[in-house]
Design a protein around this ligand. Structure first.
Ligand code: FES
Ligand SMILES: [Fe+2]
Length: 441
């Protein structure tokens, strides 16, 4: 179907969205063009390309990109495409290219900033109109690339708000990932988990701030964790703190998640306030707090640790959980296929026990043997199947609808609710990005 602003707008109503927004292949192409190949999309953390010559691949919308570090230490975001005959330049997910990137097809050589360095047997081009320094013979750069405190993003649009304006309040996610380190730095740990979901990318984003799902979807995990905790205590052992993150699913129950507020920001970013007991009164936490006091002074350290955030969704491409040192990058592959990269970070100079605690959560929630993500993935797959049916055209976001509090373009859920405000908010923002293009209203 040929979509227009008008037909796209009709897919989003205040309290519901049309199923086509999740399943239509033409709309997916428009989403890539108007959202993912236009807004600022997360590429990676600077520590993924630590040394000169390092590169790391990233997907921006439908475009294969590569982040590189040149021999002056500068970071670049390039299209991963040889300007000669189109070959993908870097084929491994990550690596070190040495002094130069050499195309595997005919051995043209490029500097790490994308500039063409040399062509073998170049006399073959004498007398032709190939000019070594012409823009078309350099590896193309992302029109805009920038970083916020070492977290790199690219926008494939020449124009638009700069990165910091786009991030707005979402900058707090990165501030927290860094400032919670007594050493004031953070770095990625090893390799990320790659997870392919057989469902639309928006279903993943909606789920991240869906306070009404954990008590239901993850109830069985919560009960299992509670049982293990009880058994451990029964023989005089204190269970790891990370188990408590899971047993909360059952302890809070389906309606126990209402006390955690959600906020929607104008760019589409959403936040969920903290809910976990992340500051238990144990030796490891107290040692960590002591190191934070030492590094920042008591007042500033309390300010950093007092930020009440569990989840920051950076629209449309990231879900960040700063207190758990975790970040998930969203790479849509098709209307019913989404890749997520799940990264874990180490806080410089934090005690090893604090790192192990966050790592425990990371594995419990994301590893191939997880019971948590497995239940989410199965639900999303079933949602995608259901939305393909003709039973109904609509997806409901009615919970606490009509009671959001809006102040200065910021939308807050009803206090004490498990509101579907984040879903309503994101679909309105989706409509704004998608349906302001052909001048038709
Ligand atoms: S395609 Fe890259 S050198 Fe020919
Ligand atoms: Fe979940």
């Amino acid at each position: 179907m040929g979509w227009t602003d008008k037909t796209i707008s009709a897919l989003v109503e205040p309290n519901r969205a049309h199923r086509k927004a999740y399943v239509d292949p033409d709309l997916f192409e428009l989403e890539m063009e108007r959202i993912f190949e236009r807004l600022w999309i997360y590429i990676g953390h600077e520590s993924q390309v630590k040394s000169p010559g390092d590169y790391y691949l990233a997907q921006v919308g439908r475009q294969p990109m590569v982040m590189t570090r040149d021999h002056n230490g500068e970071i670049h975001v390039l299209y991963n495409r040889c300007p000669h005959r189109g070959t993908q330049l870097c084929s491994a997910r990550k690596g070190n290219a040495g002094r130069r990137i050499r195309c595997s097809y005919h051995a043209w050589m490029f500097n790490l900033d994308g500039s063409l360095d040399r062509i073998p047997a170049s006399e073959g081009y004498d007398g032709t109109d190939l000019k070594m320094d012409a823009p078309e013979f350099q590896v193309q750069k992302a029109p805009r690339a920038d970083n916020y405190r070492g977290f790199w993003f690219a926008s494939l649009a020449e124009e638009g708000p700069d990165l910091e304006s786009h991030l707005g309040y979402a900058k707090t996610a990165f501030d927290q990932l860094i400032d919670r380190a007594p050493g004031g730095e953070t770095e990625v740990v090893g390799e990320c988990f790659h997870m392919i979901q057989q469902s639309n990318w928006k279903i993943f984003l909606e789920n991240q701030l869906d306070a009404s799902h954990p008590g239901a979807t993850h109830e069985s995990t919560g009960v299992a964790a509670m049982t293990v905790e009880r058994e451990m205590r029964g023989v005089g052992n204190e269970p790891p703190v990370a188990y408590g993150f899971l047993s909360d699913f059952a302890r809070l129950g389906i309606d126990g998640w209402g006390k955690f507020g959600t906020v929607g920001h104008p760019q589409g970013h959403c936040t969920l306030e903290g809910y976990m007991g992340l500051r238990p009164d144990d030796e490891d936490t107290n040692e960590y707090v002591r190191l934070m006091y030492e590094a920042y002074g008591e007042e500033q350290a309390e300010e950093i640790l007092g930020v009440n955030l569990h989840h920051v969704l950076v629209y449309p491409c990231l879900s960040v959980q700063p207190p758990l040192q975790q970040l998930r990058a969203v790479r849509p592959l098709g209307p019913d296929r989404t890749l997520t990269e799940i990264w874990h970070f180490r806080l410089k100079d934090a005690p090893e026990a604090i790192y192990q605690r966050a790592l425990g959560y990371y594995y419990l929630v994301n590893s191939p043997s997880t019971m948590v993500n497995a239940d989410d993935l199965f639900n999303w797959w079933k949602v995608q199947h259901g939305l393909n049916s003709n039973a109904s055209d609509w997806v409901s976001f009615h919970r606490n609808a009509g009671f959001d509090v809006v102040e200065d373009d910021v939308r807050k859920s009803t206090p004490g609710s498990m509101s579907e405000m984040p879903m309503r908010h994101m679909m309105q923002v989706w409509k704004n990005y998608m349906a302001s293009n052909d001048g038709e209203k």
